[in-house]
Design a protein around this ligand. Structure first.
Ligand code: C2E
Ligand code: MG
Ligand code: MG
Length: 513
């Protein structure tokens, strides 16, 4: 065979092999394409059949979705909006003080309450939307639409839960805290619910009863708060707390009747941290018990020192709702009083109106013990809560403190004057003394005295000051801000100088001081 013929054969073979390779590659490509198409098809079939065959898991009590049912519904919703491009919101709804309702009404009534809440919630969302019962008293809603729709839904939920609930003989109203996060603006599927819950917690931290939309800044705030809580855990051991005192002044004699202990936290980097910032954190993170005990002991120690110097005024301590639920609170106060030789009637417990009106079994038990122990009980921030006269009559209170919010409007607002006047009338009828807090001007002071207010407290007389300053002020008979203080302002007739029948407590007690 000649060389030319051999070369022709070779190129024919090479051409054949190349053509076969192209065909094989094409076939392989077709094969893989078909395989991928089948896989996608079968995944889609699986998804559709799963959605069809397995109903979303529901909560037996309320009939709403469970937590895992909610996750599946959220997953489904996200897949559907990926196609349609629609937005939706998650609303995290937490009933305010649900634990207290449980204490007050018992589990059976609260279960019925949860059922009715669930029914009402479902009327606030559309037919394609979902509602879930996440935990006791906490719900999550998926509502189609943007943030404006989310806010409108939150308003509907707030309104519908404020309508009274009637369960057997009990009638109650609820308030709730709502956090809203919208998709896709506020995060992926896994983060969305957490962000709505974070927004809800920020409402709670600000006193509850309202709604707020998630903001990316919240995460930084939460981190900052976590650092503050960390510092707060060590603040007591590091001696960073200090009690300041603000005098309460008798409206007629202008004598100091008591000094309210107000806690200050001397933070090494932040300076003085206000109690409105750290008390709610201490309550939330279970630190209020030990901090509260320190406050009680320290207030008694200071009162004992004042008594040694002849200054005999009542000492008032703010008691938080969490402390009212501690079953040995009264025993601990009694022990501190005994250690420092203070009469129970010289110790005032200031309890805010909202806590006093909780009317739960535990709080009422503490009030009963306080009555038996003979403490002086004061209802703080009066006018800001929803008092019932029936509850007020049952409390062992001796004093009402009109909230600063009404006092500061007194000179300008006829409404504020009417409210203050009616509080004073009601208190007089119930034989309670009335203290006005936050008195800043002479005009407010004159109006309050003319209305029959018994005691005054505020910057007009003195800001909260250290125990030493208060002592100096008292001993020097100092006259801050031009208010006339009488001579021997803080002293009081010695117990033993009083006739026997006028002595408020048994003989011999004073000698312990
Ligand atoms: P509160 O018991 O109603 O105390 C009155 C608040 O009003 C105090 O704020 C006081 O400094 C302030 N104040 C007094 N006079 C005036 C005034 O003329 N004008 C204005 N604008 N404000 C005035 P503070 O000391 O920041 O305490 C805030 C709240 O923190 C207290 O309200 C009380 O609820 C709570 N708190 C303070 N110390 C303690 C504590 O030891 N334990 C507990 N559980 N709560 C505390
Ligand atoms: Mg107070
Ligand atoms: Mg107050």
């Amino acid at each position: 065979m000649s060389a030319d013929i051999l070369a022709d054969h070779m190129s024919a073979w090479i051409g054949l092999i190349a053509a076969s390779l192209v065909i094989a590659a094409f076939m392989l490509g077709m094969y893989f394409r078909e395989r991928r198409r089948r896989m996608i098809l079968s995944e889609e079939l699986d998804r559709v059949s799963t959605q069809r065959s397995v109903p979303l898991e529901r909560d037996k009590l309320t009939g709403l979705l469970t937590r895992s049912g909610f996750d599946a519904a959220l997953d489904k919703r996200i897949k559907s909006v990926e196609d349609s491009g629609e937005a939706f919101c998650i609303l995290y709804v937490a009933l305010d003080n649900f634990g207290l309702l449980n204490d007050a009404f018992g589990q059976a009534i609260c279960d019925r309450l949860l059922k009715e809440v669930s029914q009402r919630l479902t009327t606030c969302i559309g037919p394609k939307d979902d509602a879930s019962h996440m935990a006791a008293g906490e719900f999550a809603l998926i509502a189609g639409g943007d943030m404006a729709i989310g806010r409108a839904t939150a308003n509907r939920v707030t309104d519908i839960l404020t309508e009274p609930f009637k369960l057997e003989s009990i009638q109650t109203q609820l308030s709730c805290s709502i956090g809203i996060a919208s998709y896709p603006e506020h995060g992926s599927c896994t983060k969305l619910l957490g962000h709505a819950a974070m927004a809800m917690r920020s409402v709670k931290l600000n006193g509850g009863s309202g709604f707020c939309q998630y903001d990316f800044k919240m995460e930084a705030e939460v981190r900052e708060q976590a650092l503050l809580v960390n510092d707060l855990r060590n603040a007591l051991a590091l001696g960073q707390f200090e009690l300041y005192f603000q005098p309460k002044i008798d409206a007629i004699s202008l004598q100091v009747t008591a000094a309210e202990a107000l806690l200050r936290w001397n933070h090494p980097e932040l300076g003085i941290v206000n109690p409105v910032v750290f008390i709610p954190l201490a309550e939330r993170y279970g630190l209020i018990g030990s901090i509260g005990n320190w406050v009680i002991e320290e207030a008694c120690r200071k009162a004992a020192r004042w008594r040694q110097r002849g200054l005999r005024m009542r000492v008032a301590v703010n008691i938080s709702g969490c402390q009212m639920r501690e079953d040995d609170l009264v025993d601990r106060i009694e022990a501190a009083l005994l250690r420092n030789g203070i009469q129970p009637g010289r110790f005032t417990c200031e309890i805010t109106e909202s806590v006093a009106m909780e009317d739960t079994k535990v709080t009422q038990l503490t009030f009963d013990k306080m009555r038996k122990a003979g403490f002086h009980v004061s209802i703080d921030d009066f006018g800001t809560g929803y008092s019932s006269l029936a509850v007020l009559r049952r409390l062992p209170a001796a004093e009402l403190k009109i909230d600063h919010a009404f006092v500061c409007d007194l000179e300008e607002s006829e409404d504020a004057r009417l409210i203050v006047k009616s509080i004073i009338n009601m208190a007089t009828a119930l034989n309670l003394r009335v203290v006005a807090e936050g008195v800043e001007t002479v005009g407010q002071c004159e109006l309050l005295v003319s209305m029959g207010c018994n005691e005054l407290q505020g910057f007009l007389f003195s800001a909260p000051i250290s125990a030493d300053e208060l002592e100096r002020l008292a001993l020097d008979d100092h006259r801050p801000n031009d208010v006339e203080f009488r001579q021997s302002l803080f002293s009081e007739t010695l117990h033993n100088e009083l006739p026997e029948d006028l002595r408020p407590f048994p003989s011999g007690f004073d000698s312990q001081v």
